[in-house]
Design a protein around this ligand. Structure first.
Ligand SMILES: [Fe+2]
Ligand SMILES: [Fe+2]
Length: 315
């Protein structure tokens, strides 16, 4: 474990790092330095690892109405690692399948081509999301669990709310990628884990404010730039950009609100997170009104999510 991780793993010993020390760290107080850091983060979007190739190819297949199960099989046959990850997800107790699935063609029959498409996308992103992200409060595999559960539950709740099947599937993709900006910022945030935690505490649990204080830019902005770079739909760009700031979104309020709600429920339940990590999220009235849901609905979703999280295992 890297040095910076211990503060979180050992129970948030933030007292070891005083507010004065944080304030007096020149790079944090210097506006110019922060601006430069923000620009550096933005430029990092240009040299992301091989994520774009794999993910965009999968997304292209998903969006291509002509694509079918055999296209996926052909694609997957070239990538044994991806196939193995996909089968691990399909066979995880999260899905509760009665029989073990051992091949892609079997998976198509059992879970259906539509669901399989999304799981292939999830498998293609899992290796990028599965490390520990201690500055964000995520344990090993935590951001992956968070992203996958936001994806699954956004799709499920969209269906409960009576949205069209295609819309619900888009919500899976949006849920999976909503925090993609954290990948670009993660190495800096991990290196400056203690400062990040101090800023989260100082901003009363607001991660975006803490990121801006630390680096001059937040993961929603960086994520939206990644999404633009990969030619994602305007809606997906909007969802990523405004998932913590729903009232600012123009045109995709319903979708942004759904991701905001599910993200809120997952963070509140601390799934995949270090206990008592100081992130605090609250649910906006605007979100409830836009989705036309009650507090009882939300409580019901929260309980269902909790029950499903008990079946979560590393996959
Ligand atoms: Fe986020
Ligand atoms: Fe999130």
């Amino acid at each position: 474990m890297k040095k910076g991780h211990t503060v979180v793993a050992s129970g948030l010993n933030t007292k070891a790092f005083s507010k004065e020390q944080v304030r007096n760290t020149p790079s944090l107080t210097n506006v110019v330095a922060k601006k430069r850091l923000g620009e550096e983060m933005i430029s990092k979007v240009d040299d992301l690892p091989s994520l774009p190739t794999v993910v965009t190819q999968i997304l292209n297949l998903i969006q291509d109405e002509q694509s079918n199960a055999s296209n996926f099989e052909k694609y997957l046959r070239q990538d044994q690692g991806l196939t193995a990850r996909l089968l691990r997800i399909v066979n995880s107790s999260f899905f509760g399948l009665k029989h073990k699935v051992t091949s892609i063609s079997q998976a198509v029959v059992i879970i259906g081509y539509q669901s399989l498409k999304n799981l292939v996308l999830a498998a293609s992103t899992s290796k990028f999301l599965e490390g520990a992200f201690p500055g964000y409060g995520f344990k090993e595999q935590g951001l992956w669990q968070h992203s996958f559960m936001v994806a699954s539950w956004s799709q499920k709740i969209a269906i409960k709310l009576g949205w069209a099947k295609e819309e619900a599937e888009e919500m899976f993709v949006a849920g999976l990628l909503h925090d993609i900006g954290k990948l670009v910022m993660s190495s800096y945030v991990t290196e400056h884990c203690q400062e990040m935690i101090m800023f989260i505490i100082e901003s009363k649990g607001d991660v975006c404010k803490a990121e801006s204080a630390l680096m001059g830019v937040d993961h929603a902005e960086i994520g939206a730039r990644i999404a633009q770079k990969w030619n994602f739909s305007n809606q997906l760009v909007n969802i990523i950009k405004y998932h913590h700031n729903i009232e600012e979104s123009s045109g995709s309020e319903k979708e942004v609100s759904l991701i905001n709600l599910v993200n809120y429920l997952l963070i509140k339940g601390q799934y995949g997170m270090f206990e008592n990590f100081p992130i605090v999220l609250s649910l906006d009235e605007f979100c409830k009104q836009t989705l036309n849901i009650t507090d009882e609905n939300i409580e019901g979703y929260s309980q269902e999510i909790h029950a499903s999280a008990e079946n979560w295992e590393e996959c």
